[in-house]
Design a protein around this ligand. Structure first.
Ligand code: PEP
Length: 254
């Protein structure tokens, strides 16, 4: 199989405070994306800035993602947003089941439903999974397997081409240091095995696996090469345009 294109997804969370600053980040990011050859880049700003990604003058292929979606496509769910609406305005990627949303009460069942709706609407689902504690005895492995199986329970074999897994050990998000790349590699192998048990080896091998948790331009190359992942889900560094541009450059050169 030809090697997969790398994928870098920026999760802006609830940043920045102003549209002017969002425009600046988008402009700088697009400039960096313009020279990439082997890397796909997705920006997931807060919903209110979506249009700024789409309307930015440069035709550079910075793809638009969002950080959440509702479990139902439409109806009486005040304050929520349905997958077909996102697709209609030009969103191609949706982060689902981020640990910060799971901490607010989002369940595997909701993650599964959201993933189904995203794929049904024709977008790509970035399904986040990860353990809260990484103990030396490996007690996290079975619960992680269950989390993956339950979160993907509504994604069929024929839809896996629209699936990306973001492995994010919860304790490494917003932390000082990322996970040791050698441990990322162990976890990548584990996740591939779980995917292969669900979908079969051929389909599973087409799913891109990202690492997320305190990635920056310095540690990104080692996490990708030693960790065996296809890219990164990036929080803080994605709203720091100079660091993010450098990250894209070093990752594309791998
Ligand atoms: C995240 O929130 O998905 C994330 C990886 O954040 P950070 O890169 O800031 O750790």
């Amino acid at each position: 199989m030809p090697s997969k294109r790398k994928l870098i997804v920026g999760n802006w969370k609830v940043n920045p405070d102003s549209a002017a600053e969002a425009k600046r980040i988008i402009k700088e990011t697009k400039k960096a994306v313009a020279s990439l050859k082997r890397t796909d880049v997705v920006a997931c700003p807060p919903y209110v800035y979506s249009n700024l990604v789409l309307s930015a003058k440069s035709k550079t292929p910075l793809e638009l993602g969002v950080q959440n979606v509702w479990t139902e496509p439409r109806g009486s769910f005040t304050g929520e947003i349905g997958a077909p609406m996102l697709r209609d305005i030009g969103v191609s990627w949706v982060i689902i089941g981020h640990s910060e949303r799971r901490a607010m009460g989002e369940t595997d069942e909701q993650v599964a439903k959201k993933s189904f709706e995203v794929i049904e609407a024709g977008m790509n689902a970035i399904v986040c999974v990860g353990e809260k504690v990484h103990d030396a005895q490996g007690a996290y492995l079975d619960p992680l397997k269950e989390q993956i199986r339950n979160s993907l329970s509504k994604i069929s074999k024929k839809s896996v081409k629209q699936l990306v897994i973001a492995y994010e050990p919860v304790w490494a998000i917003g932390a000082k240091d990322a996970m040791d790349p050698a441990v990322v590699q162990e976890m990548t192998i584990f996740i591939k095995k779980v995917l292969s048990d669900i979908y079969g080896q051929d389909e599973a091998s087409s799913v891109r696996i990202l690492y997320g948790g305190s990635a920056n331009f310095r540690n990104a190359p080692e996490i990708i090469t030693k960790g065996g992942v296809d890219g990164l889900l990036v929080g803080r560094e994605s709203v720091n345009p100079s660091g993010f541009a450098e990250m894209l450059k070093v990752v594309d050169a791998l």
